[in-house]
Design a protein around this ligand. Structure first.
Ligand code: HEM
Ligand SMILES: *[C@@H]1O[C@H](CO)[C@@H](O)[C@H](O)[C@H]1NC(C)=O
Ligand SMILES: *[C@@H]1O[C@H](CO)[C@@H](O)[C@H](O)[C@H]1NC(C)=O
Ligand SMILES: *[C@@H]1O[C@H](CO)[C@@H](O)[C@H](O)[C@H]1NC(C)=O
Length: 512
């Protein structure tokens, strides 16, 4: 009896292994490999291809590999054909001549489940829904007119932030800028999205919401086997991933339902009182558009939630990570710090706070922001793309459904384009043309490019620049307990956004 059952077990195991191997074989070698001219890449292992190369800092690994294999490099990550783009020349070719082919996004396991079936702009497949929704977001939510309308919110939240730093400064103890800038961008974005209609205990509500978002970011940025072997999705039933995703989605959904319903109730009330459009928050706008029969698409609640998720996931962490990298670079480079502070203090004079109208005169400060984005793009591999068709680039053939990583970190530090690329030197940007390397310029692309480029740049910049200007205007900055500025480490932590790994804790001092 024992023997029979163990023989059966062996038999079943062998059968299972054979099936697995067949599956792996099938995906490892696409049928038309032989007559295609794929871009070069390192030697691959059987079954997993190049998956063993993926570690905590894939943009660094890709950068090293590309130095050997070329700025258009082909990898096989599990089952997934993958292209890594690492030079401004290649990026220019792709975004100028093949943008339509490269405007897809891969359907990733966690993203698909967390984004209401890819209702977010960032993960929607290229197509009608994405096109219509992108238009709505650009014209209605993130237009410069709308962004200007939120000036009061930015300055109010910034004041709270600066006041709490001033209290610490009186005690000459250090502030955790990593924590505080994230709180700041979270609060600004929450106020802009949800408005005043949250209940009195909204700080508590928003706090809970941000806990959920942190989990969302972790799930979206985490490593998932099914993203490389799609037929292994069932594993996530057993390793707890599915459960985490479902829990997170349920909590987010409850929160969004409450917010949307509150806005719906008060918007029918306000219609009678003819609320001014200027007073609308983003949920108001979306609820109004949903009711508007002249819109070319009918917007579902799931899609409203998707767009809100976009704005939080794409908008808060990126802005605060940028601020932290900027402050860290300035502390490491006292000459740049001094120059930036002198400029701000000259423009703001004895004003209590720098205001948004002053930002136009802060040319050096804008170069500091740009230089930081060049060296520390918060999304070093942008957001992955997927080719929608076969495509020929520089004589190579890129198969359809290839996953594409554009390495913004490599591109920003390419020796061909930049002198002493690793050096922090804001002066390298000519005073006149300081935009953010977005559109028409491919020497750096912290916001991506083309149709899928970041639509939030005009939303992010005033927030980042205004906070920075005031941090420099109101305080001098010292490192704790005799630490030297060149000792400040700049190690990166990988996630969906690239943060500084160790939190930036610095001492604010009154300047005069
Ligand atoms: C410093 C701040 C920011 C950086 C560095 C940044 C960077 C990026 C990058 C690299 C992409 C991918 C672009 C591509 O694939 O070519 C992206 C996409 C996106 N970003 Fe941003 N972003 C920032 C702030 C924001 C803000 C504040 C918002 C919204 C309020 C936002 C909303 C989006 C959305 C919706 C997408 C997806 C666009 C699409 O797929 O059509 N971002 N961002
Ligand atoms: C998700 O989207 C796909 C393609 O747009 C559609 O076929 C499917 O029915 C959707 N599923 C749900 C649950 O909405
Ligand atoms: C600052 O010092 C005062 C008195 O010395 C103390 O009451 C207060 O809690 C301190 N605040 C912080 C943020 O450490
Ligand atoms: C800074 O804030 C982060 C995020 O809340 C926290 O995890 C970290 O422990 C803090 N670091 C210090 C030194 O206080």
């Amino acid at each position: 009896m024992m023997i029979i059952s163990s023989m059966l077990l062996v038999f079943v195991t062998v059968l299972f292994m054979l099936l697995l191997i067949r599956q792996f074989r099938k995906c490892g070698s696409s049928p038309d490999h032989h007559h295609q001219k794929l871009p070069p890449g390192p030697a691959r292992l059987p079954i997993i291809g190049h998956l063993h190369l993926i570690n905590d800092l894939p943009h660094r690994t890709f950068q090293k590999l590309s130095a050997q294999h070329g700025s258009l490099m082909y990898l096989q990550l599990g089952c997934i054909p993958t292209l890594v783009v690492s030079s401004s020349d290649m990026a220019r070719d792709i975004f100028k001549n093949h943008d339509l082919v490269f405007s897809g996004r891969p359907v990733l396991y966690a993203a698909k489940r967390l984004t209401y079936n890819c209702s977010t702009l960032s993960f929607a497949p290229y197509g009608d829904y994405w096109r219509q929704m992108r238009k709505i977001v650009m014209l209605e939510l993130l237009s410069s007119r709308r962004v200007r309308g939120f000036q009061a919110i930015r300055s109010r939240e910034l004041k709270v932030f600066l006041d709490s730093i001033a209290v610490t400064s009186a005690n000459s103890s250090s502030v955790n800028l990593s924590e505080m800038t994230l709180l700041l961008s979270n609060k600004i974005v929450s106020k802009i999205a949800f408005g005043k209609k949250m209940h009195e205990d909204d700080d508590k509500n928003i706090g809970k919401f941000h806990e959920m978002l942190r989990e969302t970011q972790e799930l979206l940025g985490g490593f998932c086997v099914a993203d490389f072997f799609p037929w292994l999705g069932w594993i996530n039933k057993f390793n707890g991933l599915d459960r985490r995703i479902q829990k997170n989605l349920r909590e987010l959904d409850d929160f969004f339902n409450t917010v949307i319903n509150e806005h719906r109730d008060s918007s029918s009330y306000n219609n009678k009182h003819e609320e001014q459009e200027e007073d609308e928050d983003l949920v108001d706008v979306l609820v109004r558009l949903q009711k508007d029969l002249n819109q070319p698409i009918s917007i579902t609640d799931g899609q409203i939630k998707g767009v809100l998720m976009d704005i939080f996931v794409a908008g808060t962490d990126t802005s605060s990570a940028t601020l932290v990298w900027i402050m860290a670079e300035l502390i490491r480079n006292p000459d740049s710090m001094k120059k930036a502070q002198e400029e701000v203090r000259k423009v703001a004079k004895r004003k209590q706070m720098v205001e948004e109208e002053d930002l136009g005169s802060l040319k050096y400060l804008k170069s500091v922001v740009k230089e930081t984005l060049r060296l520390h793009p918060p999304a070093p591999l942008l957001v992955p793309r997927e080719t929608r068709d076969v495509c020929r680039i520089k004589g190579f053939e890129i198969p359809a459904k290839t996953r594409v990583f554009v390495n913004a970190k490599s591109i920003g530090t390419e020796a061909k384009e930049w002198q002493n690329p690793e050096e922090f030197k804001p002066e390298r940007f000519p005073k006149s043309s300081v935009d953010c390397g977005y559109g028409g310029q491919f020497e750096m692309l912290p916001f991506g490019a083309g149709r899928r480029g970041c639509p939030g740049i005009n939303f992010a910049m005033p927030m980042v620049e205004l906070a920075l200007a005031n941090l420099l205007h109101l305080f001098d900055w010292k490192l704790p307990s005799g630490m030297k500025s060149e000792e400040l480490d700049m190690e990166e932590a990988f996630g969906i956004t690239m943060h500084k790994k160790s939190h930036l804790c610095v001492i604010p001092c009154p300047p005069y």
